[in-house]
Write a protein that binds this ligand. Sequence first.
Ligand SMILES: C[S@@+](CC[C@H](N)C(=O)[O-])C[C@H]1O[C@@H](n2cnc3c(N)ncnc32)[C@H](O)[C@@H]1O
Length: 448
Amino acid sequence: MKLPIEFIHKYQQLLGDEAKEFLASFQEKSYSGYRINPLKPDFVIDQNYLTNEKIEYCDTGFFGSVNGKSIDHTVGYLYSQEPSAMYVGEVADPKPNERVLDLCAAPGGKSTHLVSKMNNEGLLVSNEIFKKRATILAENLERWGAKNTIITNESPEKLAPRFLNFFDRILVDAPCSGEGMFRKDPEAVSYWNIDYPLECANRQRKILASAMEMLKPGGTLIYSTCTFAPEEDEQIIAWLLTNYPTLSVEPIKKYTNMDSGRPEWADNNSELAKTVRLFPHHIKGEGHFIAKLKLAGNDISNKNQFQQTSKLTKEQVTLFNDFTQTVLNQINFNSLITFGDQLYSIPDGVPSLDHLSVIRPGLHLGTFKKKRFEPSFALALALDSSSVKNKIKITEEQWREYVHGDTIKLDHDLEKGWYLLTCQGHSVCFGKAVNRTVKNFYPKGLRF
Ligand SMILES: C[S@@+](CC[C@H](N)C(=O)[O-])C[C@H]1O[C@@H](n2cnc3c(N)ncnc32)[C@H](O)[C@@H]1O
């Protein structure tokens, strides 16, 4: 890979003797990894995935790559994620029942990790500013079986007034100059110029100013980038400490060959050494920077449930109850609301989402059509198959035909109605059995 000459000079100055080894690492191969999904209790994962080398700092992380067209990946048993990026979710370490915001969330690597750590409890608001990327984020979170998550498509400035002093934990995985990803995405080199880190830093400060409005007293802010640029790393944390004096830096555990942040690359504040740098010439992964900060003060926020408006009509209640009683075992969903014909189960404690661009206000349960309820793909992937009465086991070959858009032929009669299709123990989709045929309800946009 050909690195820009100004990039080389900059890091020769910053790193001195170490620069040679650092710059040489750009000619080495990049690392791939994946996390397995602890939320799916009927976990019958291909054992081959578990024999790969484990990632030291992430219980669910392994080195290796995943076939994007495999069942395991398609139904959210695995998420392909660069190994260093996994340390961000581990450092964030959200707890079940917290209110958590992932402010720059697409395509969803960190959000899926946060949902796992929260055991699908509490509230995760997963936000992405760009619509197309927010749609991909929603797909990834649905595959993962997220139930406690609201997905928004907003600018941080517009989100802030709605969630003032609201969150226990906020992750800002900031848009950055991406120097740490040069090996993985050589195109990123073409966007780089010597002024780019400062441009990114300006944007990062704006995003963080909004994040700080939403962080409650006593809350935790996690800031991460995939760049080496001090302007976007230590200097941003120094800026935060100067402008928000009640913030303090929390120490982050340094696993094998992880480096401390460099105070001398900012204002010499020794607290900056508590942050962590992952350098590709030291660890098996790409470049990353992570900081964890705590806001002083006691939590005075109101944990009561605010929301929610659109109640179900009597007919909708009957249709949904008919579905749950016929198809599912006893399951309690959180508060139910409708947006148009769409039915959602929303996490507790959510303020009004009016006038925000909301991609998913919670778990999408399905759609009310004329006199019937049609369960969603998201519901199928969020359900443990043991919680479903009506199931049909399909073979891998039938699964391949189904994800392609074909129907499934049955060799015996089944009562007409909805069935959860399972393949190799995974919940894969709902289908409707009619006369020895399972009609295809695999989402059109996801067929392959
Ligand atoms: C590093 S990526 C996030 C990766 C993601 N956290 C993950 O783990 O999959 C940064 C994200 O910030 C978004 N972004 C860009 N400009 C932004 C802005 N002004 N405010 C908030 N987010 C922005 C980008 O679209 C991008 O999705």
